[in-house]
Write a protein that binds this ligand. Structure first.
Ligand SMILES: Nc1ncnc2c1ncn2[C@@H]1O[C@H](COP(=O)(O)OP(=O)(O)OP(=O)(O)O)[C@@H](O)[C@H]1O
Ligand SMILES: [Mg+2]
Length: 587
């Protein structure tokens, strides 16, 4: 910039000096020529007068030449006398010999036309620049003659040479002066611009507090002031933007719901951490990518496409398989331009993971169907027998007693079923029941007492190995007992007469391990994962006889959950089964 300005200045200066130099050279030359012409013309007039006075001179060429020669000396010029045909009658520079015809000389032509002729050219005779001036053709006596005078232009060349030197000197001085003063002036202009450039670079690098320090009343000062105002506005705007960006990020991050925003080409523009976790992606990697690259689900993509086409928000439920099988409910909100609400530029999808809710809903409806079914069986049986009794069987004492026994059993079954359902719902609904510390060893002993008569009845031997002084457990003691009773009940129920049930309990690494092991019918491997589902019985025909409802293990599972316990099942079909409950205790 500085160099450019300096070069421009110098070139202008140079041109100006050259132009004035050459203009003044031209002016000097032309005024000098004019002055010479006047002098030559008046000298010419003197010769003319002389010739007029003595007309005989023209008849004697020798005399004429002498006179011409003398006048030439006096006037310091070359004098030539030419006749009307262009022949040179006398010439003060050429004494002897024939001189070529002058008819074509421009000044001679003018003289023939009755005007004063003037011409500057190199003389062929003497080979230097000359000014030729001719007086108009004049009739003197018998002859018509042209008087021509010429002077060399050496003087003007000399003057021009001097002028040329001066021009050269002025150029050198001018350049020197412009170098010194120009440098200062340019620096004064450039310095603030440099400062503004430096500060703007700093600002672009993020140093928004930088200010330009220029004290000047001119346009540059104004520029600097405006620059500073602009910088502080920029700082304010950037701060505001970054504040709202921080709030926006905090909001997005704290949202429990997964959120994805896409543009109208369905490329992701925003994704929050919850959505990153749900779809197992990384925000940095997926921003700008198409939604199908994040959620491989054509239905969802189609839905988004249709939302953009119809320009209406909606909510949809979709199933995804990747990374896990999930049911997602998606609420969409269109992003519209603030100043043109008809223009949609994208949409925000707020996602709700409804997998668990849907699973629970299904379980609940299955449960209702199962309960109704399980209740109907004993009820049908009871009402059947009541009908039969009413229609006459009541009179037969033996049949009556048998039917009433059956009715009693079915009623008992119904009562147990309802008890189990109530227990299950109680455990399920009161996750935080009244917890208390209880003595594990004592409670296990109580269970043994309850279960013993059932085992004796069925002729199944119960062997127990309970470690004395087991650690205390925190939780609901009734539930704990119920859990063990259910397991023991099963073990006895599914073990043929003469079999053995082993109950053991011991503590290890802050855990109590309770095992209920039998020598019964065993459980097929493929059924083990479903054992704890409500109403699940392995072989309905096989267990119906024994009279189970299929809720016992579901209750066990829920109680175990309330103790943070884990359950393991080992079983050998036809040989026996072992249920192991591992309960964490307080350290
Ligand atoms: N120790 C076991 N040996 C063999 N099979 C078992 C044993 N425990 C449970 N089962 C099988 O698991 C099924 C589910 O047991 P669960 O205790 O939930 O139901 P139930 O005993 O049939 O009925 P309820 O216990 O509600 O009276 C049983 O029907 C039975 O087929
Ligand atoms: Mg059972």
């Amino acid at each position: 910039m500085q160099r450019k300005l300096f070069i421009t200045f110098s070139v202008i200066l140079l041109l100006a000096i050259l132009l004035t130099g050459f203009l003044s050279m031209h002016l000097i030359r032309s005024s000098y020529l004019d002055e010479l012409e006047v002098r030559l013309v008046s000298n010419g007039r003197l010769i003319e007068q002389q010739l007029e006075k003595d007309k005989t001179i023209l008849t004697n060429l020798t005399r004429l030449r002498n006179i011409v020669h003398d006048y030439g000396k006096i006037t310091e010029s070359r004098i030539t006398i030419i006749d009307i045909d262009g022949n040179v009658l006398a010439d003060s520079f050429v004494e002897t010999g024939v001189i070529e015809n002058h008819i074509n000389r421009p000044e001679v032509q003018s003289a023939l036309n009755g005007e004063v002729g003037r011409s500057v050219r190199k003389s062929k005779t003497v080979n230097i620049d000359m000014l030729y001036v001719s007086l108009p053709l004049r009739q003197i006596g018998e002859n018509s003659i042209i008087i021509r005078l010429a002077v060399d232009l050496m003087e003007i060349e000399r003057i021009n040479g001097i002028l040329f030197r001066y021009v050269g000197i002025s150029i050198i001085f001018g350049l020197l002066i412009s170098l010194i003063t120009g440098f200062r002036v340019i620096n004064k202009i450039i310095e603030p611009i440099k400062e503004i450039t430096k500060v703007s670079k700093k600002i672009s690098e993020g140093h928004l507090n930088r200010k330009v320090h220029v004290i000047s009343n001119d346009e540059i000062g104004e520029l600097a002031d405006n620059f500073n105002i602009m910088a502080s506005k920029l700082k304010f705007t950037i701060e505001e933007l970054s504040n709202s960006n921080t709030k926006f990020k905090a909001l997005l991050t704290s949202m429990v719901n997964p959120i994805i925003a896409i543009d109208n080409k369905r490329n992701v523009i925003v994704i929050n951490p919850a959505a990153e976790t749900l779809f197992n992606v990384n925000a940095q990697e997926v921003i700008g990518k198409h939604i199908l690259e994040i959620v491989r689900n054509n239905a969802l993509d189609e839905t988004f496409k249709n939302i953009f086409l119809s320009n209406t928000e909606t909510k949809v439920e979709i199933q995804i398989k990747d990374p896990d099988i999930k049911t997602l409910k998606i609420y969409t909100n269109l992003i519209k331009l603030e100043d043109d609400p008809n223009k949609t530029i994208g949409l925000v999808a707020i996602i709700e993971d409804v997998t668990e809710i849907r699973k629970l809903e299904k379980m609940r409806s299955d449960f209702v169907a199962n309960v109704s079914h399980e209740l109907r069986t004993p009820l049908t049986s009871i009402s059947g027998f009541v009908e039969t009794l009413k229609s006459g069987a009541i009179d037969d004492e033996k049949t009556k007693m048998r039917f009433l026994d059956i009715i009693e059993i079915e009623t008992e079954r119904l009562r147990r079923l309802i008890d189990d359902i109530l227990t299950l719902s109680e455990i399920e609904n009161t996750k935080r029941s009244q917890k208390q510390d209880f003595n594990t060893t004592e409670l296990i002993a109580e269970v043994e007492q309850i279960i013993m008569p059932i085992a004796t009845n069925k002729n199944v031997e119960v062997v127990s190995e309970i470690e004395q002084g087991l650690p205390m457990i925190t939780g609901n003691p009734d539930w704990f007992k119920q859990m063990l009773i259910n397991l023991m009940d099963n073990a006895i129920k599914y073990t043929p007469e003469g079999g053995l049930v082993n109950l053991s309990a011991y503590s290890k690494y802050n855990k109590i391990i309770i095992s209920v092991k039998d020598t019964g019918i065993g459980i097929p491997k493929q059924d083990i994962p479903r054992l704890f589902e409500r109403f699940y019985r392995i072989d309905k025909a096989r267990t119906r006889k024994i009279g189970g409802t299929g809720l016992g293990l579901a209750i066990v599972k829920h109680i175990a959950l309330s103790f943070n316990a884990t359950i393991k099942v080992n079983s050998d079909l036809g040989k026996g089964t072992e249920f192991i409950i591992i309960i964490p205790t307080k350290a």
